[in-house]
Design a protein around this ligand. Structure first.
Ligand code: NAI
Length: 360
């Protein structure tokens, strides 16, 4: 193996326009594979692997020049080192968020990394609103009752959304659409974001304020900020203390935006009245797999499931046909760019290909 672990493709491959770049697709789901039928036309040979990327599975990328990963794959430094030794040159993540990739290390190793910056903010925003409606109007419990022929209404009382104050933390692509939809319900929109969007102020009357101020005023709080060093455990004991009693908290961003055990304590006291989560701090190895025959090992998760006022979905906010098509199109585009030795504009950082290394 060469010292930099690079797989050198014979010169004949470079001259052949039909040369297929091999790509190992980690965490591949059966429903995704139907969307990738155009891969051949783009000169890409995809190898689908259901296993997530990790130190233990990185070897599945042997012989591949690129890989594709999803949100819970482990692209930490040791895994990136292994990939580079195998000759992998580039990583296409099939998501907008990329907090699972050690970008600094990837940059150091000369790996190209690209994401899908926007595939359908509507998908996640609409799922967020679905959670708000389902929790408020107790739709899951109502459905259970009806199937048991229990038509009593006592446990099903909701509240009017009209006139309520909705606090949105992170008013980027997704948060802005949540603002638009909730404004349509007649809610007052409070926002917290280091970047003020004047259009949102004008069109939906978004009132910008600090996250603490937002929490003290909002009836519903929803999180749409990225997960990073500044936002990890943003919702913790201190912030919860400032919230209104019985507040509804929704997280479709990333699990670790919440300090889960401190949120759970607040559920026990009733300080948090409703919790909707599409993401979970410890979702890796739990979400996206069928564990129905296994002993539940995560006590925090099991306890969360015991609350009637908690609604959990397993990271499906993105899961619409439109979003899947857009994710596929952009991922294939990123890979095709690399196959043609071009940079994709979706790369997370510029990466120079050394002149003497013609990989594909
Ligand atoms: P975006 O980058 O368009 O918006 C993020 C916004 O958060 C920006 O306006 C940014 O200024 C703001 N922000 C950054 N730090 C902040 C802080 N400390 N406090 C308040 N605001 C802050 O991202 P987009 O597309 O709206 O996605 C948001 C997040 O949603 C992603 O980072 C990802 O983690 C999550 N997501 C979840 C999905 C799901 O299936 N549940 C699917 C797609 C994204």
């Amino acid at each position: 193996m060469p010292s930099f672990g690079l797989t050198l493709i014979p010169i004949t491959s470079l001259a052949n326009p039909n040369f297929a770049m091999k790509v190992t697709v980690f965490s591949a789901k059966p429903f995704e594979q139907d969307y990738y039928h155009q891969a051949d036309d783009r000169g890409l040979q995809l190898q689908f692997e259901s296993a997530p990327l990790s130190v233990a599975t990185a070897a599945l990328a042997t012989g591949s020049q690129a890989i594709s990963i999803f949100t819970n794959d482990d692209a930490s430094a040791p895994v990136l080192d292994l990939l580079q030794q195998l000759g992998v040159q580039s990583i296409a993540i099939r998501a907008a968020g990329f907090n699972n990739i050690d970008c600094e290390h990837a940059k150091k190793l000369g790996l190209r990394v690209a994401n899908v910056p926007a595939y359908s903010p509507y998908a996640v925003a609409e799922h967020t609103v679905a959670m708000i409606l389902a929790l408020n109007r107790k739709l899951i419990q109502a459905d259970r009752q009806i199937r048991a022929y229990n038509f009593e209404l006592d446990e099903l009382i909701g509240f009017d959304l009209h006139g309520k104050r909705v606090g949105i933390i992170g008013l980027g692509q997704i948060g802005a659409i949540v603002a638009q939809i909730m404004h349509g319900f007649g809610c007052t929109i409070l926002g917290s974001d280091p970047v003020v969007n004047a259009t949102l102020q004008t069109r939906f009357g978004v009132e910008y304020m600090s996250v603490e101020e937002l929490c003290s005023q909002a009836d519903i709080i929803t999180l749409h900020a990225p997960l990073n060093d500044h936002t990890q455990h943003l919702v913790n004991k201190n912030l919860i203390e400032q919230m209104k009693p019985g507040v509804m908290l929704i997280n479709t961003g990333r699990g670790a935006l919440l300090h889960t055990t401190e949120v759970m304590e607040a559920l026990k006291t009733g300080k948090i009245g409703y919790l909707g989560m599409d993401v979970y701090e410890h979702e890796k190895d739990l979400f996206f797999y069928d564990h129905s025959q296994n002993i539940p090992l995560d006590d925090t998760f099991a306890r969360l499931l015991s609350f009637k006022n908690v609604l959990i979905t397993g990271h499906q906010g993105f899961l619409t046909k439109t979003a899947l098509q857009n994710i596929t199109d952009t991922t294939l585009y990123n890979l095709a760019c690399w196959n043609q030795q071009q940079a994709s504009e979706n790369e997370l950082f510029p990466q120079a290909v050394p002149a003497n290394l013609h990989i594909y």
